[in-house]
Write a protein that binds this ligand. Structure first.
Ligand SMILES: Nc1ncnc2c1ncn2[C@@H]1O[C@H](COP(=O)(O)OP(=O)(O)OP(=O)(O)O)[C@@H](O)[C@H]1O
Ligand SMILES: [Mg+2]
Length: 311
């Protein structure tokens, strides 16, 4: 549905994104992840026809983003980093204005606004002035303006930024609801948010793609071996040495007093051996578990590796 090929954009001499290529299928909810300045907003602005690229191509449902902007704008709803809200307008008037801007015929504008209001749970505030709403409700209005013309694709640039924890949960829930009927690209640097909402992630770092993959295969790919966490009561000086002496153990690191991270060969299944060693030596096991790699580990590993390679 979305095909991006070799997309680059420079702001004067500054290259913001370089040769990005990725594809997104219909119905997918994809997380666009990257540190500050990675190029997320730049890419989203290009995909939404807000800004031209320097080179490369973007096709959405077969339409060219640079040539067929009218068709693209019908297909896409965009919530930019700073939502384009008019703070002295009443919510429903603003949404009617947004509908007209997106070429919704005047006879259908009212029902389009009603649907957007309902989808974003704005019924209670539809007669209020935008500038007097809470930030969470303003963000809902921002999402409502993105979907007022009933687009297939929603591009949401950091939709939960600046919200309090309760509002964050509400907006995430709203996005999850919308995911059943839209293709969504969502940028964020809040990693748990991406894990909760998205199946696939595109990680960009310094304007280049560091990974495009499902969360599961990213975890397997980067987590080449198995990792165990062992917490013990005793703090004998020879624990590390004894663990390292076990067959199939590659590295042992004491993360904090009495807590060890044991990296071993894939498929080594050595929990029982480690447990027995701990029992035989009376270390007093507090916890022994298999560690799974979090999205945070993956993100740091990929973005730092990228830096190491280019330095
Ligand atoms: N209008 C502009 N003029 C010049 N440089 C820009 C402009 N917009 C962005 N940049 C630069 O391009 C790079 C990518 O910026 P972009 O805003 O796309 O990153 P981002 O991933 O969205 O970051 P953030 O997480 O902070 O929103 C940065 O180095 C930024 O300074
Ligand atoms: Mg941004």
């Amino acid at each position: 549905m979305i095909e991006v090929e070799q997309l680059s954009k420079s702001y004067g001499p500054r290259e913001a994104i370089r040769n990005l290529s990725f594809q997104i299928e219909k119905g997918e909810v994809v997380g666009f992840l990257g540190p500050n300045g990675a190029g997320k907003s730049t890419t989203m602005n290009i995909l939404s026809c807000i800004m031209p690229a320097s080179s490369g191509s973007v096709k959405i449902c077969g339409f060219d983003v640079f040539e067929q902007t009218l068709e693209i704008r019908k297909l896409i709803g965009y919530l930019p980093e700073t939502p384009p809200l008019y703070s002295d307008m009443v919510v429903s008037d603003y949404l009617t204005f947004a509908a007209r801007l997106r070429n919704v015929p005047s006879g259908k504008a009212q029902s389009a606004v009603e649907q957007a209001v309902e989808k974003c749970s704005l019924q209670d505030v539809s007669n209020r002035i935008i500038g007097r709403l809470s930030k969470g409700y303003q963000q809902r209005v921002g999402i409502a303006q993105a979907l007022v013309h009933d687009p297939d694709i929603l591009i949401l640039d950091e939709p939960t930024i600046g919200l309090d924890p309760i509002q964050i949960i509400e907006i995430r829930k709203l996005i999850q609801d919308l995911a059943s009927s839209h293709t969504i690209i969502l940028s964020s640097h809040i990693l748990p948010e991406i894990t909760q909402i998205c199946k696939r992630v595109i990680i960009i770092s310094d304007g280049e793609i560091a990974a495009v993959d499902s969360l599961e295969s990213l975890t397997t790919r980067l987590h080449k071996g198995e990792r165990l966490i062992l917490k013990v009561r005793q703090n004998d000086s020879d624990i590390i040495e004894k663990l390292r002496a076990l067959n199939q153990v590659n590295t042992v690191v004491e993360q904090e007093t009495g807590q060890f991270t044991i990296d071993c060969e894939p498929g080594s299944n050595i929990q029982e051996t480690v447990a027995k060693l701990a029992l035989d030596n009376n270390w007093g096991i507090v916890e022994l578990k298999q560690a799974s790699m979090t999205l945070e580990d993956i993100f740091l590993k990929l973005t730092l590796e990228e830096k190491e390679v280019t330095q």
